[in-house]
Write a protein that binds this ligand. Structure first.
Ligand code: NDP
Length: 445
């Protein structure tokens, strides 16, 4: 890391103690910025990096609700509005017991650059709660979502901050939160949340968008190497929203996904995953992935297994942060993996990223590869603003084009800065420069 940038990084650590995921995300971006500061001394002069590392606003609040036994439950809610230089704050809401300020800040920070890469007019934010949705009844989820929105509603709006889903927050939760927002404000303001149901302001393809987009991005990386998904054996971690639609698009592009997972274990099905069954188990019945083997006797379930041990051509980490470490990366490379696309946010540890970059395989970082979700959220906002709804084909084509553009921008930026093929550097620099120029133009914001 450049010496002057290292001083900024040290001060970020000192000002934000014990937020290790946030430190990791900041470090990963700052390590790429040395050549940018050399080329644009005005960014250093106006302390753009220091400003970008400080959220514009952070909201932390109590979320009180009652469980089905009539007991009072208390959780903590967060919304970090990180940067609005390019548009209203935009980023998902995560419900998971591991959520604390450091997780929300890492995700919000990443979101600034991801959103810039999309070319859409959206700033960066993230929110969530340490609420654990697993095992909760539908009524408990409803009461929690209503209580969460009862505080959040005063901080968001279609021109201010537009949340969406993330881990633990899907169509059901967005519906409950939108209903409460509508009740509290007495407004039909569709553009305030994205990921809504298609019948009431949602966009076709939003549900599929992150996974489809990640597969499109990897397809572009493969094409840049003269390859394609055709006949490629793939592994996709997780079995949630991103994983399911990554698998779907890979199958459509001619690849074969043989493994997926959840936080308990790994499914290996050499003949190719049965996606209809996974959707039924996970989306409809909300069951565990181990139940897959009850329906396919030739599939294997390994409790606490490591999906990255399975040889594959393409690996798509699509579950959670830091799920793929240096050893896993080395194993993937040794087993002949030629491309990795991050469907999740920061799923590869810094050591893992180093292994991939040094090996010369195609590595698509999350802030570029998984930007299809937020891009389609921005398309949903466009449809809401014009009270229109587009066809599946048209929306998917827009998504596809956006992912090609993001790929080309990262690819060309990496070449411009002398590191061809380094999508990490390309994504960080291209995203940063866009936001930095806007901040500079707006004066002291
Ligand atoms: P979901 O809640 O739908 O799914 C998450 C999946 O990951 C579940 O199958 C979960 O299993 C699994 N999982 C969690 N922790 C682990 C672990 N340690 N090992 C293996 N599997 C694990 O979330 P999403 O699919 O929406 O999000 C996945 C990732 O993608 C996150 O990093 C998110 O930030 C990122 N992302 C999501 C976007 C979206 O549009 N949804 C947009 C961009 C990024 P279990 O049920 O056991 O917890």
């Amino acid at each position: 890391m450049d010496d002057k940038i290292k001083l900024i990084y040290d001060s970020v650590i000192a000002r934000n103690p014990a937020e290790k995921e946030f430190h990791q995300a900041v470090k990963e971006v700052l390590e790429s910025l040395g050549p940018v500061i050399a080329k644009h001394p005005e960014f250093a002069q106006h302390k753009i990096i220091e400003r970008i590392c400080e959220p514009e606003r952070q909201i932390i609040f109590r979320v009180a609700w009652t469980n089905d036994n009539h007991e009072v439950m208390i959780n903590r809610g967060f919304r970090v509005q990180f940067n609005s230089a390019l548009g209203p704050y935009k980023g998902g809401i995560r419900f998971h017991p591991t959520v604390y300020l450091g997780i929300i800040k890492f995700l919000g920070f990443e979101q600034i650059f991801k959103n810039a890469l999309t070319g859409m007019p959206i700033g960066g934010a993230k929110g969530g709660s340490d609420f654990h949705p697993k095992g909760r009844s539908d009524c408990e989820i409803l009461r929690f979502c209503q209580s969460y929105m009862t505080e959040l509603y005063r901080h968001i709006g279609e021109h201010t901050d537009v949340p969406a889903g993330d881990i633990g927050v899907g169509g059901r939760e967005i519906g409950y939160m939108y209903g409460q927002y509508k009740r509290l404000t007495n407004k039909w303001e569709a553009g305030v949340l994205t990921g809504k149901g298609v019948a009431w302001g949602g966009s076709l393809v939003r549900k599929e968008a992150t996974g489809y987009g990640a597969a499109f991005f990897v397809d572009e990386m493969l094409k840049a190497k003269g390859q394609s998904f055709d006949g490629k054996v793939c592994t996709v971690s997780g079995s949630g929203n991103v994983a399911i639609y990554t698998i779907e698009k890979i199958h459509q592009l001619g690849g074969k996904c043989i493994a997926c997972s959840d936080s308990n274990g790994v499914i290996l099905h050499e003949k190719g995953l049965d996606l209809d069954l996974i959707k039924q188990l996970k989306e409809v019945e909300r069951r565990r992935i181990k139940d897959y083997v009850k329906y396919h006797k030739d599939a294997i379930y390994k409790e606490k297994g490591n999906i990255w041990e399975i040889p594959c051509d393409v690996a798509m980490p699509s579950a959670t942060e830091n799920e793929l470490n240096g050893k896993d990366a080395a194993m993937l490379v040794k087993n002949g993996c030629i491309a990795v696309g991050e469907g999740a946010n920061m799923p590869t540890t810094p050591k893992g990223v180093d292994v991939f970059l040094n090996s010369g395989i195609a590595f698509g970082p999350g802030k570029a590869a998984n930007a299809g979700g937020v891009s389609t959220s921005a398309l949903e906002m466009q449809q809401n603003a014009s009270r229109d709804s587009w066809s599946f084909e048209h929306t998917e084509e827009r998504l596809h084009q956006i992912m090609k553009n993001i790929h080309n921008l990262c690819f060309e930026t990496a070449e411009e800065y002398g590191e061809p093929g380094n999508y990490v550097l390309g994504a960080n620099i291209a995203g940063f420069v866009k936001v930095a120029k806007a901040m500079l133009a707006m004066g002291l914001v």
